[in-house]
Design a binder for this molecule. Structure first.
Ligand SMILES: Nc1ncnc2c1ncn2[C@@H]1O[C@H](COP(=O)(O)OP(=O)(O)OP(=O)(O)O)[C@@H](O)[C@H]1O
Ligand SMILES: [Mg+2]
Length: 348
C-alpha cells in the first residue's frame, strides 16, 4: 500500500471516530437538557440515555456493516472466487481494481498480483502444450521412418546395396531421436538451472580445434574449404558448455553450406573478452527467419528440416545467457551467415 494511502486511512478512521463520539455526546447532552427542563426524574433520564446509546449503537453498527460490506467483504469475495478459479485451472481470471494506480489500496495490490500470477500461469500452460506438441511431432517423424524401413528390411530377397541403404536410414533416424532426447534434457537442465557450469581455466583455441576435428568427416564429405585462425588464449569458463555452443554453430555452418563452400572459424582476444566467429558462405538467413532462429524447435530452412530438430540454437542461446556472454548474427540470404560469440571477461 502506498504511504499516502496509509496516512489517509488513519486520518479517515480518526475523523469517523471523532464524528461518532461528537454526535453521540451532543445528542446525549441535548436529550439530557430537554428532559431536565421538563423536570423528569433521574431514573427516566437514565433510561432515555440508555435508549439513546442503544439507538446510536444500532445506527453505527449498521453503518459499519455497510462500510465493511463495500470496502472489505466485496474485494475479499472477488479475491476468493478468483483464487478458487485459478486453483481449478482457469487461468483466464482477471480482477478489476477499485482505484487508479496512484491510489491503490492493499486489495488493489493483491488483485494486481493475482492478475499477474494468472497471466504467468496461462503463459507457461501455453508453452507447455506447444512444447508437448513439438516434441510429439519431432518424435513421430523418425519413429515412422524407423518403422517403415525396419519393415522393408524384413524382406528376405533384399539386395545387399539396398539393405545397407536402409540400415543407414535407420541409423540416421535413431540418431535424430537420440539427439532430440539429449538436447531436450540439456535444455531442461539449463532452464531449471540444475546444471550449473563447472568453471575452469582451459585453452579456448584447443577447445575450438577439438570441435573442428570432431566434425572433420562432415567437412570432407561436403568438400568444404575450412579457414581456421585461432589466437592462442587461456580462458576461465565452462568447457563443456562452450563445446555445446561451438559444436552447434559449426555443424549449422556445415549443414547450411552447399558442397564446395567455405566455412571459417576465428577466435580473437579483445582485451579481457574472447571473440569467436563462425562464418559460412551458405544459404544465409532471411530477416523473417532471423527473428526466430533462437526459438525452440524453429527450423527456417525446411530443406534441412529432416536433419535435426531446431533445438541447436535454442541451446546455444541458453548456454550463452547462463555464462553471461553475448551472441549476434549477421546474415544475408544466398550469401552466408556469421555468428559471433563474445565471452566477456573470460580471458585470463
Ligand atoms: N549457418 C546457418 N546458415 C543458414 N541458416 C542457419 C544457420 N544456422 C542456423 N540457421 C537457421 O536457423 C534455424 C535454427 O537452427 P538450429 O540450429 O536451432 O536448428 P537446426 O540446425 O535446424 O536443428 P538442430 O540444431 O536441432 O540439429 C535453422 O533451421 C536454419 O533455418
Ligand atoms: Mg543446428
Amino acid at each position: 500500500m502506498k504511504r499516502k494511502n496509509a496516512v489517509m486511512t488513519v486520518a479517515t478512521g480518526f475523523l469517523l471516530f471523532l464524528l461518532t463520539s461528537a454526535v453521540s455526546v451532543t445528542f446525549a447532552l441535548f436529550a439530557y437538557g430537554r428532559l431536565e427542563q421538563r423536570g423528569a426524574s433521574l431514573g427516566t433520564i437514565a433510561l432515555v440515555m440508555l435508549l439513546v446509546v442503544v439507538f446510536l449503537a444500532i445506527i453505527f453498527t449498521i453503518a459499519d456493516v455497510i462500510r465493511r460490506r463495500i470496502t472489505v467483504d466485496k474485494p475479499t469475495e472477488q479475491i476468493l472466487s478468483a483464487t478458487e478459479r485459478i486453483a481449478a485451472g482457469d487461468f483466464s481470471v482477471r480482477l478489476q481494481t477499485e482505484h487508479h494506480y496512484e491510489n491503490y489500496d492493499q486489495y488493489d495490490e493483491i488483485k494486481e498480483n493475482i492478475n499477474l500470477m494468472a497471466a504467468e500461469l496461462r503463459k507457461s500452460e501455453v508453452l507447455k502444450s506447444d512444447f508437448i506438441s513439438n516434441v510429439s511431432h519431432e518424435l513421430k517423424t523418425p519413429l515412422s521412418i524407423i518403422h517403415s524401413y525396419a519393415e522393408l528390411l524384413k524382406k528376405e530377397d533384399l539386395d545387399e546395396e539396398l539393405r545397407k541403404k536402409y540400415c543407414d536410414i535407420l541409423v540416421q533416424a535413431s540418431k535424430r531421436l537420440s539427439d532430440l532426447v539429449t538436447n531436450i534434457l540439456k535444455l531442461n537442465k539449463l532452464e531449471n538451472q540444475k546444471l550449473l557450469p563447472e568453471l575452469s581455466k582451459f585453452s579456448l583455441d584447443e577447445c575450438l580445434a577439438e570441435r573442428v576435428i570432431a566434425l572433420e568427416e562432415l567437412i570432407e564429405k561436403k568438400a568444404l574449404t575450412l579457414d581456421v585462425s585461432l589466437d592462442e588464449m587461456e580462458v576461465y569458463s565452462s568447457k563443456s558448455y562452450l563445446e555445446i555452443v561451438f559444436s552447434n554453430l559449426l555443424s549449422n555452418a556445415i549443414k547450411f553450406t552447399n558442397e564446395g563452400g567455405r566455412v571459417a572459424l576465428t577466435c580473437k582476444k579483445e582485451g579481457k573478452n574472447a571473440v569467436v566467429c563462425v562464418e559460412d558462405n551458405g544459404c544465409g538467413i532471411s530477416a523473417e527467419t532471423g527473428k526466430h532462429i533462437f526459438d525452440k524447435f524453429y527450423q527456417g530452412d525446411t530443406s534441412h528440416a529432416k536433419e535435426g530438430n531446431g533445438l541447436g540454437l535454442a541451446l546455444v542461446k541458453k548456454v550463452i545467457d547462463v555464462l553471461g556472454g553475448e551472441i549476434s548474427v549477421q546474415s544475408e540470404e544466398g550469401k552466408g551467415s556469421a555468428f559471433t560469440v563474445v565471452l566477456k571477461d573470460a580471458v585470463v
